[in-house]
Every structure is written in C-alpha cells, then in structure tokens.
Write a protein that binds this ligand. Structure first.
Ligand SMILES: Nc1nc2c(ncn2[C@@H]2O[C@H](COP(=O)(O)OP(=O)(O)OP(=O)(O)O)[C@@H](O)[C@H]2O)c(=O)[nH]1
Ligand SMILES: [Mg+2]
Length: 444
C-alpha cells in the first residue's frame, strides 16, 4: 500500500463520551473537509460548524480543524473533526472519509507517518505509545521527557561524541607510522572515558524509565505458614490473600500490583513449599516453582528464630537474585543474628516492623534510584542497545590500552555506532517498525 494514500480513524475511545474525534491524514484530507463541512477551512483554525452526510443531511455539529502539511502531526494534510462522542456519529464521519478517497488507518499509522516524514524519531514515536500506556504520573513524566526529544538528544549527543572518537582513531591509524603514537595519548583516553560516562548516565536514566513501564516482579516463596501471604497483605495494604494458621492455606498463585514511588511492583504469592501427597497442593507447588523461574527477585521467607529445613528453597535458579526475609520477628528476642547480613532482613508482617528497610531494599534490588535529572521512558530494546554500546566501547578501550590493537578498537567503535543508530531509527528494519507501530492503538 502506498504511503501517500489517505487514512481515517476515530482517535478517541469507543463508546459514548462528551466528545469524539475523527482524524484524516493524506492528500484527500482537504477534499474530505470540504465535503463534510461545506466550508473552506482556514488552516490551523478551529471552525464551529455543522457536519453533513453525503445526502446533505446534518449529522452533528462540532469543531473542524485543518492542518496543512508539512505543519501537522503526520507531516501531511490533516483534518480533525471534533464531534459529539456517539459511536454512530463517528462511524458516519469515518464512512464519509472512506467513501471519498480515504481508507481505514492501521494501528499507529498516524504516528508511523509522522516518523516516516521526520516529525519524530523512533524513540519519540515509542514515547507517544508509552505516554498513552503510562500507569503513574512518574511514568507519564518520563514519557513526556522522551517524547519532547530529551532522550533522543542524549543519544544524538552520544553519537556525536562517538563519531568524533572514531574519526580520531581512524585518523591515528592512517598516520600510524608517524613518530608519535596517537593511539597512546591522553586525549584519546579522555575521550573514551567521557564516552563511557555519558553512556552510563543515559543508561541509568533509561533503565529507570524502563522499570517504570515494565515494573519489577517479586515472587514470594517459602515453606507453609512462614507468613508469605501476610507479607503480601502488608505490602498491598489490603486483605488480599487468605491468611490462616493452617499450613498450606495458599494453593493458587496470587498476583497483586502496587506502586512504590512510581516503581510498579508485581508481587506474586505462592503455595508453601513442602513434600506433600495432597494433589491440589502438589499442583500449587508446581505453579509456585513456575513463578519462581520468571521472577526478577525471589523473596525467600523463613520464620525468624527458627532453624528450618530450607531444602525446598535450595535449588533456586542461580541467575535470579534472592532476598531473604526472616518474618515474625515480633515473636523472637533479638538480636537473632550477630552481624546484619547482606540480603537478609528481619521483619514482622504482623506489626510492620522492618518493612521500611524492606521496601527500600526492594527498590535497590530493582535498581530504582529516581535520578535527579529524571528518567527517560525507554524500552527493553533501548536498554539492550545502550548496554551493547557500553560493551563495545569498553572493548575498544581494552584493545587500545592493553593490546594496542587500533584496528580492532576502530571496529568496536563502528559497531557501537550501529547500535546507537537503532535507537532513534536511523537504520531500522521493517520488521522492527511493524512491531513497534503495530502495538499502538488505532487512531494514533
Ligand atoms: N506473630 C506473627 N504471626 C504472623 C506473622 N506473619 C504471619 N503470621 C501468622 O502466621 C500464620 C501463617 O501466615 P500466612 O501468611 O498464612 O502464611 P503463609 O506462608 O502464606 O502460609 P501458606 O499459605 O500456608 O503457605 C498466620 O496465623 C499469621 O497470622 C508475623 O509477622 N508475626
Ligand atoms: Mg499463604
């Protein structure tokens, strides 16, 4: 399908609402505006007037705004019709557009056109979808920061620094038989250090944004009756899970989402782990292990002051970090431990003791720091790319300093640049673009 055809869609939520907006973008937008409004619209001005159907009857009255390309969201001619939010009215307006040269827009197609017409780069386009999907004010702020181009600017500045370093290295290689060895001088060391510092700064801020969007999954595991469900309830502040003194109370997997200072935590409560012949419990335990495999952090709970056989927690996946909680500390005389151990906390789900430190520990484990400069809304693919850039630059530095292999260093820097270009979409495959824009809502 040609990119110069005209597209139309309802941009507001389906259902009844005070106002509903229909958007049209492409070369026929002006003609469609004339048909619907029977009026010559001045660009970028709100006109309050009747909307007409093809047979000349009035459908509704509302506001029509016409934007001349390239001064529009998509960069093409755009018509916006703000009607009353009735689905039949809005459908009719779209039908008039589609019978006059437009077709129904695909999800994200308006933003895709904005990207193709250089109105937004890829990271900004993704921020549009992320802003719409934001579940907290912090996430929304981070999205706006990315949408306004702050993240892209950080990436572009990084790119400029990287290109300058590449030029320096390549030039040094060309003159390598000169007496002074450029590759060993302080100027280059300084540049590489600055590059690493910039990457770490952006990576830190992007990681915060990514965490805000995706959240952090904590799976509570431990033997029956140690207080797993009580810990969940204390965290959610509600009576979410059933708590009794019967060992084996929880059987199903229970999932709750909470937000701590803008960090979405997905907390998963599971069945107590023990040897059992009860068929229901066996299935619950199987599901518990399944959840453990998918955790970002395992919260292993034991009862404080009791020597327990923690064999059921022995074979936890090595790659997943574990935080040990000794619960029911209200029942024991302290100090239980001589020395505070790292990743071991003493708490009471009953009294709330130790929970402040525990919640802080959860934020630390997630790597959530609320950087003073503010988070960038970023996606997993951005983080992966930035981490790859970091690795390539570190390798380049090693190649130069430790093995004096200038050619290899130059190649690493070239690969770092390729990774960076992917973030803003300079060189992106059609598959990636399809995946990104396909996840938008229709009309955006
Ligand atoms: N004193 C005291 N009792 C607690 C504390 N936390 C939980 N309990 C009690 O311990 C018992 C078991 O609590 P649950 O939260 O159901 O324990 P669980 O680990 O979810 O148990 P299962 O679902 O059976 O695996 C209940 O009687 C709770 O009231 C605590 O911090 N202090
Ligand atoms: Mg339970």
């Amino acid at each position: 399908m040609s990119e110069t055809d005209t597209i139309a869609a309802i941009a507001t939520v389906t259902g009844k609402s005070a106002i509903g907006v229909v958007k049209v973008s492409g070369p026929s937008a002006g003609a469609i505006a004339s048909i619907v409004t029977r009026h010559k619209l001045s660009p970028r001005k709100a006109h309050y007037l009747p909307f007409f159907s093809l047979d000349g009857s009035s459908i509704d009255e509302g506001i029509a705004i016409f934007f001349n390309g390239p001064d529009s969201y998509t960069g093409e001619d755009v018509l916006e019709l703000h009607a009353h939010g009735n689905p039949f009215v809005l459908d009719q307006l779209v039908a008039i557009a589609t019978s006059n040269g437009a077709r129904n827009a695909r999800p994200g197609e308006f933003t895709e056109r904005a990207f193709l017409n250089d109105k937004l780069d890829l990271a900004q386009a993704e921020a549009v979808a992320d802003l719409i999907e934001s579940n907290s004010i912090e996430a929304a702020r981070a999205s706006v920061r990315s949408l306004s181009g702050e993240f892209s600017k950080g990436v572009t500045d990084l790119l400029a620094l990287l290109v300058a370093t590449r030029v320096y290295v390549e030039a040094a290689l060309d003159f390598s038989d000169e007496e002074i060895d450029f590759l060993q001088d302080d100027e280059l060391t300084e540049r590489l250090l600055q590059l690493q510092y910039s990457i770490e700064n952006i990576l830190g801020r992007a990681t915060q944004g990514c965490l805000m969007q995706e959240g952090f999954t904590v799976v509570i595991a431990g033997e029956p009756n140690v207080g797993k469900s009580s810990v969940l309830n204390r965290l959610t502040g509600e009576d979410t899970a059933i708590v009794t003194d019967v060992a084996g109370t929880t059987r199903d997997v229970l999932r709750e989402n909470i937000s701590i200072d803008g960090l979405p935590l997905h907390i998963v409560d599971t069945a107590g782990l023990r040897e059992t012949n009860d068929a229901v419990e066996i299935e619950g335990i199987r599901r518990a292990y399944q959840q453990i495999e998918q955790a970002d952090l395992i919260l292993a709970i034991q009862q404080a002051g009791q020597d327990q056989d923690s064999s059921m927690l022995e074979n936890l996946p090595e790659a997943i970090p574990v935080l040990w909680l000794y619960n029911k500390c209200d029942l024991v005389c302290r100090p239980v431990h001589e020395e505070p151990q790292e990743n071991v906390l003493l708490v009471s789900a009953k009294t709330g003791e130790g929970f402040e430190a525990f919640v802080q520990k959860l934020k630390d484990a997630a790597g959530y720091t609320q950087t003073p400069e503010g988070a960038f809304m970023a996606r997993r693919r951005h983080i992966d790319a930035l981490q790859a850039v970091h690795r390539h630059v570190a390798q380049a530095e090693y190649n130069l300093r430790s093995v004096a292999a200038g050619e290899l260093a130059a190649e690493e820097l070239r690969m770092a640049q390729m990774q960076l270009n992917q973030i803003t979409g300079e060189f992106s495959s059609d598959d990636l673009l399809g995946e990104i824009f396909g996840s938008f809502c229709i009309g955006k």
